[in-house]
Design a protein. Sequence first.
Length: 346
Amino acid sequence: MEQLHDTEWRGFASDNYAGTHPEVLAALAAANGGHAPAYGEDPYTAALRARFREMLGEQAEVYPVWGGTGANVVALQSLLTRWGGVIAPAIAHVNTDEGGAPEKVGGFKIIPVPTDDAKLTPELVRAHAGSRGVHTIVPQAVSITQSTELGTLYSVEEIRAVTDAAHELGLAVHVDGARIANAAAALDVPLADMLRGVDVLSFGGTKIGAIGAEAVVVLNPDAVTGIDFLRKNTMQLASKMRFVSAQLLALLDDDLWIRAAAQANAMAARLRKGVEGLPGVRFTQATDVNGVFAILPEGVADKVRAHVPFYDWNAATGEVRWLTSWDSTAADVDRFTGLVSRYCRG
């Protein structure tokens, strides 16, 4: 097939722009050939289950799915009754960037909580956990994102405080882990320690080098109901699941997921350092993982964007978002920060 894109074209718009990691492609090739049972009865899915149990304990169960939105909908549905709702930051991906899928497909309501850093606290959970009976949605779960939509990070202690508060109130806890690898690389702690007290995790693989491989990982089987059926009727059950599972296995083998995420994190730190102190540049969030949020002088963003793609976060204030990827290089970052410097000094 003819190559239809410029392989030299790189940017900082999204870690979804990056291609597939060579080790993941190799794993797909290894999983190909011959026949294997469908719908998760294959040896790759069995091996993936064993790998997650090594990481998270024998009670853990893994359900590979196609995408992050599907993972979140399946995971949250499994925690709720039909009259249940989910407490989440107002800026959470499940509230703002999933096309209404939680409500339309999942049939549940997000209870949005305003927060400047996209993080929940025990106090915020308690403040939104009440209900007026049949006249309101009944909060039944809490969803936090690790790392968050603003590139911020919960510490291990912060996650434990939120889970403890939620469980005291009878609420289950879900973690949207679309960028859980970036968080794990930054915190440098075992995943089981980070997620202690969490009931269900949406494990992200696509942003760190997979083609389209995510998973719902159940850490507390007593908290979920009907997840096998939910995965099917939300169209997230892959027939040739071996190819989804093989990708996730490749990411977990030899800590590729950590290495890939650590590269992205390091390049974000390099990018921030490269523009720090430039005239008119100020940062709006901490750069804990692979996201840099900054406000640029008027007109600078469009000038730089003529060369390298990235998105406005808030066009009204001049705030932009730069995301680095597993394949971002120092040369990519230095070229970009050079452009920002040129136009800021203008």
